[in-house]
Design a protein around this ligand. Structure first.
Ligand SMILES: [Mn+2]
Length: 349
């Protein structure tokens, strides 16, 4: 492979301007352009494309994680079947959302059933792709799409590891609702579905949560030690009391088991990093704080087994505005780098 890591991306190159094919890459990214159950602002289905476009601007040398590109990074092509399911799913879901749920209206119940069936197809697609890549000894990252997309990936990871593992979940939202608006695989239910459907997830650690309903708080409490929540409110109070964030980051890392999947909803960050995400909430983490937490996970000797990045949505009203994709691409590169570093394949800066 002859390419200059210090030069601008060449036309026709892949993600981050890299020339690597799937075969040449240790890291393979699975794009999932799906957002059928998005209840507020749309655009997450455009996330993979926005990240890919903006990724050409990311410098390949990284002060946190050195040279992750050396192992090869490839993003699979955007799956046209998922894009078609998304169009159909959105049209059906819209009717249900407009009416605040299906109630007992036969037409709305049929639309709801169709959305749930399409969600299952997306889950199977993601599970199949991730399982295939894990079998080929790839490191896998899923790029959403809304936050429902990692479900199939976590199922595949559980099958692959055959051991318990933890999930480090960055988000403004708890995502532990039981079938939000009737949708069995809503973005707002992902962690409920993971806790109920992936028993290998022995621990869920949530960070940045600040928009949550009481039932979710009680549900998380009912899980006992299996769920630990670092609410945004508590992180803010601790900072206001003068506690060093490095200490908080180490505490979060220490709360995780040795094998960790990272599920990163971009809205866990302060919304100035993701102004067009579907459900922005004031408050949230600085990018540097999220990175500090992930760095501490690696420094604590834990192994990041895979990750997803979701809810990145571009400004659909102005295609020259690359900001959301820009932040998403940079965070994605760090996730790749820290995952490699946790597996002894990149040097921590
Ligand atoms: Mn969220």
């Amino acid at each position: 492979m002859s390419f200059d890591p210090n030069a601008p991306a060449q036309p026709g190159s892949g993600i981050f301007g890299l020339p690597h094919s799937e075969e040449e890459s240790l890291v393979v990214l699975v794009p999932v352009p799906w957002e059928a159950t998005t209840s507020y602002g749309g655009g997450a289905a455009e996330g993979p494309r926005a990240i890919l476009d903006a990724s050409m601007q990311v410098d390949l040398f990284d002060l946190d994680v050195d040279r992750p590109y050396q192992h090869g990074i490839h993003m699979l092509p955007l799956p046209s079947e998922v894009m078609a399911w998304n169009e159909e799913g959105k049209a059906s879901a819209e009717k249900v959302i407009e009416h605040g749920g299906a109630g007992d209206d036969p037409e709305l119940l049929a639309a709801l059933g169709r959305v749930n069936a399409l969600s299952k197809q997306v889950n199977s697609h993601v599970e199949r792709e991730v399982a295939r890549l894990l079998t080929a000894n790839k490191i896998v990252g899923v790029v959403g799409g809304d936050h429902s997309v990692p479900y199939g990936a976590l199922r595949a990871m559980a099958q692959h590891l055959k051991r318990p593992f933890g999930v480090l979940h960055f988000d403004a939202h708890s995502d532990t609702r039981d079938a939000y608006e009737g949708f069995a695989h809503s973005h707002a239910s992902i962690m409920h579905n993971v806790l109920e459907g992936v028993p290998e997830v022995e621990k869920l650690v949530q960070v940045g949560i600040r928009d949550v309903c009481e039932a979710e708080v009680r549900y998380c409490e009912s899980q006992g030690a299996r769920v630990e929540v670092f609410y945004d409110r508590s992180l803010a109070l601790r900072k206001q009391e003068g506690e060093p964030f490095a200490k908080v980051a180490r505490e979060i890392a220490a709360s995780l088991p040795n094998l960790v999947w990272i599920s990163f909803d971009i809205d866990g960050l302060d919304p100035r990093y993701c102004p067009h995400t579907g459900t922005p909430v004031p408050g949230g983490l600085e990018l540097a704080e999220a990175i500090a937490i992930i760095r501490e996970v690696v420094r604590a000797g834990k192994k990041i087994v895979g990750f997803d990045l979701n809810e990145v949505a571009p400004n659909l009203a102005n295609e020259d505005d690359e900001w959301d994709g820009n932040v998403g691409a940079r965070l994605l590169y760090k996730l790749v780098g820290f995952t490699l570093a946790s597996q002894g394949k990149a040097k921590l800066g």
